[in-house]
Write a protein that binds this ligand. Sequence first.
Ligand SMILES: [Zn+2]
Ligand SMILES: [Zn+2]
Ligand SMILES: [Zn+2]
Length: 450
Amino acid sequence: MQVVADLHLHSKYSRAVSPQMTPPVMSYVGKQKGIDILSTGDWTHPLWFKEIRNFLTEAEEGLYKIKNPKLGEEKTRFLLSVEIANIYSQNGKGRRIHNLVLCPSFETSEKINKELIKRGYNISSDGRPIIGLSSKGLLELILEIDERAMIIPCHIWTPWFGMYGASSGFNSITESFGDLSKYIYGIETGLSSDPEMNWEIEELNTRSIVSFSDAHSPAKMGREVTVFDLAEPSYTAIREAIMAPLLTSEGKDVRNKVAYTIEFYPEEGKYHYSGHRNCKITFTPEEQKKSGGICPVCGRKVTDGVMRRVQELASEAPRGVAKQNEKGLKWITDPKKKHPPFVKIVPLNEIIAEAIGRPVSSSKVKVLFDELCLKLESELHILLKANIQDIAKIAGEKVAEGVQKVRTANIVIKPGYDGVYGVVKIWHEGKDVAKDTDIETKKPQLGLNF
Ligand SMILES: [Zn+2]
Ligand SMILES: [Zn+2]
Ligand SMILES: [Zn+2]
């Protein structure tokens, strides 16, 4: 059975998060978007821990649902996961790494929280706590409490806070986690990289490459998700699915695995290219090399983008092969069959906004979005599977055309850099750009070709 999961979310107790990130709203929005399992987020925060414990009850092993059906969508499941910021120094260098901790039960979460408090870490000031413990130290702590708990390094390529980050990260999982690296079964790509950019990293061959939204508001939920193939949904099944590449490499049979991931266009992420936000300078990896990495405006070193960092650590150029299905959807598959395929999407509200010429946050966009999701199952169903004619009947020809253009990757993106999101253009100045500026044919400009 295929199950859509978004296991990296934040609650209203994390900094810069919408007050709407509460169990009821998250459960409704999860259903509307077609996400079956959501992260609770932030379970280290004492007030949030209390709130989710009150709202949720166990439905399947390690998966929780809304206790009172009047207060949320009963079908949505929650899994206990929290992002922790580890800030420490290792081998004479300052490290700032974000790690996702997945937990099989409230009991285990509670024990981990107690241990963190006992060691003097402040877990109540933010939903995403900052602790002065190394990634390896955190992994050791959680495994001692419950060996079923897991760490997935988050958005691994971002210059700050990513495990492979150019500024405060490491060159490998082994360097970061030492002798415990065998317990790292998967990594999160983050918005600025897609799986293909990770396929040439050797040590990821025996690990799952997963994608989640890291949403700070309901609207952003599901912008990246992982679709699992599970015999029966449970925490243990999801854990086995994430461990599947390792288990398979050891010759073991697995019943659970990652089927595919749904991705943001990595160019749309905030750190795809290198550059300086304040100087409005952006560099492709090639331009960065030519300029010596120095900003022509302020004369300082530019902030490294994910693209350049991937090129530094990858052994070869990307190998993905594009295949289009009968719905026009473009799948990127791995010719070496080491990793599952993926698709890239643009959030539906962004497509609607551009089609009708209104801001994404406008009520017109929201009304159309809600109507489409109500009549055509869910946002993910509309983006990936719905008949284009059905979309046209509800939202008009232009929105339908936009969805089709996104499915076929016939869009243009100005890549993000130094904390600035990339800008998506589905219709390039009003003309169809299929022939001259489509993402695929313009690969070198977007820096996808290395
Ligand atoms: Zn993070
Ligand atoms: Zn996060
Ligand atoms: Zn500058």
